[in-house]
Design a protein around this ligand. Structure first.
Ligand code: ATP
Ligand code: MG
Length: 457
């Protein structure tokens, strides 16, 4: 119920207003003096004040000032008897919502009160949304200006509202999958509960089951005590299953069953435990391809793919490059007490033209290195790593010599191609050296050597 405070020195006006507004189901409090009004406001959440400008000897304008000092957002409607227009105008300047002349009709009072309260609600909602956005920004800053990023943010806020929906995030390494998963958690009603992440690729198959579901004492040789799994730890919160594409097929079957029945058993346990967890899974693999290859279960894919979010690589949303570069440059400039203020036009052009095989993580690392090595105030082309500052046309464009071949020579040019190819292959395989070596058809040792040489490890 909304609370309205009527401040008037004349008892019959107070009673009259109370009678009219009580019929409309508002709770009406009253005060005869400014001091009383301030007391009411401090004791109780008041949605609207009706304030008489002529409070006997007191000046209502002063009371308005004091009320607004106590709560700048307080909604106040002024009531004036024979007051001049000027005092009403003064009141509006001080932030009063509206004014009414005495005597007023019951209906006129009802209408203006309703209008004021609606405005108040609207303002509060806008403030709450802004606050939510601000908090989100502080916890998980999602920088960028491209339509693609805006669409991702729209999808994140949409799915956040449905705390049960499973989400599948896909995108190359370094595009922000984990960031998106965290944003979903922080925007959702589960935000007070834990956000727990587990990397399905880095945990050995035989341990993953007990990591996820926990185990009972004596379930296997090393199980000296009962241990809860992360499905239990994440209760009421969000469970982030990273690199789901690498999950072992036997585990995939178990996970599918849990998602279908919303229950599980600890390893060695006999009792079903219900889960109240939102699952967000992520992968940089093409799961449809993995299904064709037989390494990923199709039924699990459809279970996870309830709400898919695809994050395009940075080279497909170049509109985000300037904002991201500035964001990380400013951040690391602060961290390392540098004085970077701007990015020169030429440097920005090079940044925008580069392919960014490592996506946002690569921008972040580049800016960090620049801030370690240079002081500012402007980021210049010579601060950029060679692969960005000395772009080569893609190999195969024959008939043309690279413009900078005279400066860097054939060997450097070939090295730069090699570095670019290795960086891209690594990004595509999520930094997995074994897989990258297989794709490039070179021994693992050679790849490691080249990674060290090109500063890619
Ligand atoms: N839009 C963005 N604004 C600001 N920072 C971002 C944005 N997107 C990603 N980042 C940052 O880039 C880095 C890489 O992002 P993240 O770890 O979420 O990528 P990922 O897709 O999970 O990568 P991987 O597949 O390698 O695990 C993180 O430091 C993250 O905070
Ligand atoms: Mg990740």
């Amino acid at each position: 119920m909304e609370h309205i405070l009527i401040v008037d020195d004349e008892a019959f006006i107070r009673e009259n207003v109370q009678r009219i507004l009580k019929d409309d189901c508002y709770a009406v409090l009253d005060a005869a003096t400014g001091a009383e009004a301030l007391e009411r406001v401090s004791e109780q959440e008041i949605d609207l004040v009706l304030l008489d400008l002529n409070l006997g000897k007191e000046n209502g304008i002063n009371v308005l000032k004091l009320l607004k000092e106590a709560d700048p957002e307080l909604l106040v409607i002024i009531i004036t008897g024979y007051g001049t227009v000027e005092s009403a105008v003064d009141a509006l300047k001080l932030g009063a919502f509206h004014y009414m002349k005495k005597p007023f009709k019951a209906d006129a009072l009802r209408v203006i009160v309703k209008l004021a309260l609606q405005t108040g609600t609207l303002k509060r909602e806008v403030r709450a949304i802004r606050k939510g956005e601000m908090e989100l920004f502080e916890k998980v800053p999602m920088i960028g200006a491209s339509p693609e990023l805006k669409e991702i943010i729209r999808q994140v806020s949409e799915v956040a509202r449905f705390p049960e929906a499973t989400v599948l995030i896909t995108g190359e390494s370094g595009t922000g999958k984990e960031l998106v998963a965290k944003a979903i958690h922080h925007l959702s009603p589960r935000r007070e509960a834990p956000f727990i992440e587990i990397n399905c690729a880095s945990i050995p198959v035989n341990l993953l089951e007990s990591e996820l579901f926990g185990h009972e004492k004596g379930a296997f040789t090393d199980a000296s005590a009962r241990k809860p799994g992360i499905f239990e730890t994440a209760d009421k919160g969000t469970l982030f299953l990273d690199e789901i594409g690498e999950m072992d097929p036997a585990m995939q079957a178990k996970l599918l069953r849990v998602l279908e029945t919303r229950r599980f058993r600890r390893v060695g346990g006999t009792r079903d435990i219900e889960i109240d967890v939102r699952v967000v899974a992520a992968t940089n693999r093409n799961l449809k391809e993995a299904i064709r290859e037989g390494t990923f279960r199709e039924d699990l894919f459809y279970r996870l793919n309830v709400f898919p979010i695809h994050i395009p690589p940075l080279r497909e949303r170049r509109g985000d490059i300037p904002a991201l570069s500035k964001f990380f440059l400013e951040r690391y400039s602060r961290t390392f007490s540098r004085n970077f203020q701007e990015i020169s036009a030429e440097a920005l052009r090079l940044l925008e033209a580069y392919r960014w095989p490592g996506n946002i993580r690569e921008i972040k690392n580049v800016m960090e290195k620049i801030c370690i090595m240079h002081t500012g105030p402007a980021l210049l082309p010579e601060h950029l790593p060679a692969e960005i500052s000395q772009p080569l046309p893609p190999p195969g464009q024959s008939g043309e010599l690279p413009g900078n071949i005279g400066t860097i020579g054939l060997e450097r040019a070939i090295e730069k191609y090699e570095r670019d190819i290795i960086a891209t292959a690594l990004a595509k395989n999520d930094g997995n050296v074994l897989k990258t070596a297989q794709v490039l058809k070179i021994p693992r040792g050679t790849l490691r050597y080249k990674m060290a040489k090109y500063d890619l490890s």
